[in-house]
Design a binder for this molecule. Structure first.
Ligand code: C2E
Ligand code: MG
Ligand code: MG
Length: 738
């Protein structure tokens, strides 16, 4: 290959620190031609010494030179004229031609010209041999492409030296061409861009063909105007790249990632690693580097980041991301912070019921719809997150007045009042919203979320579908509640509870019909704590389950003792109050049965008092539970009857044995008033449904008289007896049966 070959790879000398890095630079026009577009075929390297063709019309010359070359280890071929030489080279292309100029027919110059005109032959070195010694002939010969000149009469030693020198040169060229072809092949097959450019101004010296593919533009585009390469960089990244290239600060080694926008609009992420070549300390001359397409990795990274920061169902931010954003906001010095923000903590009311009754798929759809409603209700700059389940939070930016926050909260509530269409049904939901405003005392997101959550719970306890603004008082109450909860938990472990027993009597005969077991907490500091004060908390926290088990065990144990002591107790029962959560707890019936068996009681000795609300919620489940209890022989009592919302049409479906009329009707009843009529109706209803009826909270003779007039069979109340300790109850039984 010669220096003018279009396949030539530009070579740069950046390796030697002694030499100017400019040394190997070529003009950009030359480079335009030099940018390789095809994969070069490696050139075969001939083994030395090679085949020499000697062309001379003097046979004596041919013999002498041929012999000398053969003696030196070369192979030779001979031709006695230019015409023959041209034929001969076609048969066996030589590695070098010794060519006489003065020959009959076509002379050496013409022979040389014709050889050089043939593509396959033009690289064969030609040494002229002639007696012509004038400068013009020599120059003419060299211009025709000859590499050297031997003057006749020749010396054998000179011929051999010149032939050897040319053959060595040819061999070195062949090796270089082979090496370059290999390098070409490698560069052309790379998927990464390899490039080199002059700096100040930017001008490409080399890049491999994949550049065109990666950037989606022809090579000429960058070769003609290297600025176009910079222009293709994403505007947000351009300055960074330009600064790195143009800047006169270290680093000498660049490693940066940037985006390009291709002409088809496609955005690719590229990683560029490059070495700046400088002259001395200041002058940056050239940059050589590699560009690697990292779009796939960047996409995977951004997908991972998205997944780590978002909720997969609603595509809202998740808890971690919300907290991170909030913390970032809190990190800014308060005095410099422009943004006065607020947090809304939103929890859907009765979501569990919808989820359980319509199925999780509908539940998911509902959450998606709610997330859309939330998005509609706030500004795009506000951050909405799903914390989990049916809990959402919103970070409202730039809200100074509480009125603004309340407006947003009201907007959400009112949007939620519209029916939401799900696949099979449409449902309406409401939400309880807790609000907390940014204040100096808040240092971390957790604190804000904790208070917003508290306010949300307050909204729930105030009847749901409303909002509550967090207050200090709320926090103190919550703290008290936590303390109380801890005490309750400890009390259950230490068994600080006991049961009191209130007699239930036949109103006419005044004979004992049974007891109602009522739990008492013997608090070490507070003294007796009434169940009204701790049962709701025990229910809320689930502590009612272990506590309830203890109460059942204890009532059974006591009843068993009494039956052993007073055989008349055989036909009586002890009533135990059950809470909803307790009944619905896993394995309730098994534990109940076990307690009864352990104390050698029969199920009929235990009456289970439940409230009306249980019949309404999950009625199918409750029905099957009640049927199982009834089948086992337990008796069921509907407590506080009349205060709930139980539809009378429900009542006959459930296997209830007793209705207990709530104390609130008894305490105010007088003939002719509504309470009196309610008590009359309940008594009649119980009789129709073949249920027993107990009037609760009878305190006066007058009330007892009214109840007698309504034929109410059984009573319970202070008029007859307060709840009694086990000791006093035993005393009471001694009086009855002793
Ligand atoms: P309840 O089941 O309706 O129990 C009757 C309540 O009325 C008892 O209050 C009792 O002491 C009170 N009482 C009885 N006669 C009269 C009267 O003539 N006048 C007045 N003013 N009150 C009377 P207590 O013991 O404070 O229990 C309150 C509620 O706590 C119970 O209402 C029941 O719902 C719940 N509770 C009590 N013990 C337990 C228990 O062991 N487990 C569960 N889950 N709840 C219980
Ligand atoms: Mg009761
Ligand atoms: Mg009651």
């Amino acid at each position: 290959m010669t220096a003018s070959s279009s396949n030539e790879l530009p070579t740069f000398d950046g390796s030697s620190s002694q030499q100017s890095p400019e040394a190997g630079l070529q003009s950009s026009a030359a480079m335009a031609a030099a940018v390789p577009t095809t994969i070069a075929t490696p050139v075969a390297v001939t083994e030395e010494p090679g085949l020499i063709l000697i062309v001379d019309d003097t046979p004596a010359n041919l013999d002498v030179i041929s012999q000398a070359l053969i003696d030196a280890g070369f192979e030779t071929a001979i031709a006695t004229s230019g015409e023959r030489a041209l034929k001969q080279v076609q048969l066996a292309p030589p590695d070098l031609i010794l060519l006489d100029i003065m020959m009959p027919g076509i002379d050496g110059f013409e022979t040389c010209r014709r050889l050089k005109a043939r593509e396959v032959l033009k690289d064969i070195p030609i040494i002229f041999m002639t007696a012509l010694d004038d400068i013009d002939s020599k120059v003419h010969g060299l211009e025709l492409g000859a590499v050297d000149y031997i003057t006749k009469p020749f010396q054998e030693r000179e011929v051999l030296a010149r032939v050897r020198a040319q053959m060595n040169l040819r061999h070195a060229n062949q090796q270089l061409a082979a090496s370059e072809a290999r390098l070409h092949s490698i560069l052309n097959s790379l998927k990464d861009v390899v490039w080199s450019a002059r700096l100040h101004p930017l001008e490409f010296l080399y890049f491999n063909p994949v550049m065109e593919f990666l950037y989606g533009v022809p090579a000429s585009c960058f070769l003609e105007d290297a600025q176009q390469w910079l222009q293709m960089i994403h505007p947000e990244d351009r300055v960074q790249v330009a600064t790195l290239l143009e800047g006169n600060q270290p680093p000498e080694f660049l490693d940066c990632e940037y985006r390009i926008i291709r002409p088809d609009g496609d955005i690719r992420w590229l990683q560029c690693q490059a070495q700046i070549r400088s002259h001395g300390l200041e002058k940056r001359l050239r940059v050589d580097g590699i560009i690697h397409d990292v779009t796939g990795r960047k996409q995977a990274e951004s997908e991972l980041k998205y997944a780590a920061e978002h909720d997969s169902l609603t595509h809202l931010a998740n808890r971690a991301y919300f907290i991170a954003c909030l913390n970032k906001l809190l990190e800014q010095p308060r005095q410099r912070r422009q943004d006065k923000f607020a947090i809304l903590f939103i929890d859907l009311d009765r979501f569990k019921v919808i989820n359980d009754s319509l199925g999780h798929l509908c539940g998911d759809q509902l959450l998606i719809q709610v997330s859309k409603i939330l998005k509609r209700s706030v500004r795009p700059t506000d951050l909405i997150a799903r914390l989990g389940g049916d809990e959402f939070t919103i970070l409202l930016h730039n809200v100074c007045e509480i009125e603004e926050i309340v407006t947003v909260s009201d907007r959400i509530q009112s949007e939620l009042t519209h029916p939401i269409a799900l696949a099979e049904k449409s449902v309406t939901v409401s939400a309880s919203i807790g609000i907390v405003q940014d204040e100096a005392k808040y240092n971390a997101a957790d604190e804000l979320l904790r208070d917003a959550d508290l306010a949300m719970y307050q909204a729930k306890s105030l009847g749901k579908a409303c909002h509550q603004l967090f207050s200090e008082e709320m926090y103190e109450k919550a703290m008290e509640k936590i303390t109380f909860e801890n005490q309750l938990r400890a009390a259950i472990e230490k068994l600080e509870f006991c049961l009191y027993y209130q007699p239930i009597l036949d109103l006419t005969s005044k004979t004992l019909k049974g007891f109602e077991a009522l739990v008492r907490w013997q608090h070490p500091e507070r003294g007796f704590v009434s169940p009204g004060d701790f049962i709701p908390l025990a229910e809320e926290t689930g502590l009612i389950i272990p506590l309830g088990d203890y109460i059942i065990e204890e009532a059974c144990r006591q009843m068993s003792l009494w039956i052993a002591q007073f055989p008349q107790m055989q036909d009586l029962s002890v009533s135990v109050n059950l809470s909803e959560r307790q009944i619905q707890s896993r394995g309730f019936i098994e534990r109940l049965t076990l307690a009864v068996e352990r104390s050698r009681l029969q199920p009929k000795h235990l009456k289970l008092e439940i409230t009306e609300s249980l019949l309404m919620e999950n009625s199918e489940l409750t029905l099957s539970l009640f049927e199982q209890l009834q089948a086992q022989g337990f008796r069921l009592s509907l407590d506080d009857f009349g205060t709930g919302y139980s539809s009378l049409s429900y009542l006959h479906r459930f296997p209830i044995n007793t209705l207990k009329i709530d104390r609130s009707f008894i305490s105010v009843m007088a003939p002719g008033d509504s309470s009196f009529e309610i008590v009359r109706t309940i008594t009649a209803l119980a009789r129709t449904l073949k249920m027993d009826v107990v009037a609760e909270g009878v305190e006066t003779e007058e009330q007892a008289e009214y109840l007698r007039s309504l034929s109410c069979e059984m009573v319970q109340g202070y008029l007859f007896s307060h709840p009694l300790s086990d000791e006093h109850a035993t005393q009471y039984l001694s009086n009855c049966f002793g």
